[in-house]
Design a protein around this ligand. Sequence first.
Ligand SMILES: [Zn+2]
Ligand SMILES: [Zn+2]
Length: 240
Amino acid sequence: MRFYRRILDFLFPTSCAFCNDPVGDSTIPFFCSSCWADFTPILGQVCPRCGRPFDSPEALAHSPDHTCLACRRDPPLFDQALAVGYFEGSLREAVHQFKYRPCRSLGKPLGEWMAKNVRPLTKIDLVMPVPLHGRRLKERGFNQALLLAHRMSETHRIPYSCDNLYRARPTRPQVELTGAERIRNVAGAFALRRPAEVENRSVVLIDDVFTTGATMNECASVLKQAGAAQVTAFTLARAL
Ligand SMILES: [Zn+2]
Ligand SMILES: [Zn+2]
């Protein structure tokens, strides 16, 4: 009996994955309404290049193009990175449940939150998810970035391309690696099936979490080599 109860609780949990309170009449799988409403959006001033939040609220007061030290030392290959929320608290837990449980049905509400809270994006031609390698896709059953990209495309009526950019070889999960290892891990890992489709286009790359930016940078390099005019890296969350 206890065994079946445990299985039932795994499939249809009655307590919130973050606070353990009863989920009540929450419409979000595995989360109570108050934890879901408790995601911390990034609202202050950020580096216009990599999206890193600035400590000082006055950082851009006199020069709106002022970039952070890391971007001045080693400019990324994407033109801009933006994230909607801080990768902490209940948002961090939601991303974990989404990817590692894995819970496909969290894609819709997470994608909606992302699409609704994005800072204004101008002149975007194409939305593209960061691809998963076939092997990982088989394990998880879905590409979390693709579900988020789909929601962005629908909400903002931007064309979307889900199969042009692909992983040419499998890579280790970035989450296990240090900064320098992450860069090596994804070097040469991406390619385009139809490079002409991105030529002179302004592309938004979508992923779940921006950590060091190594994956986004590698994808941006492939897009820029194919002649993309502008590459924006857009993620649900940003780790600091
Ligand atoms: Zn909760
Ligand atoms: Zn920066």
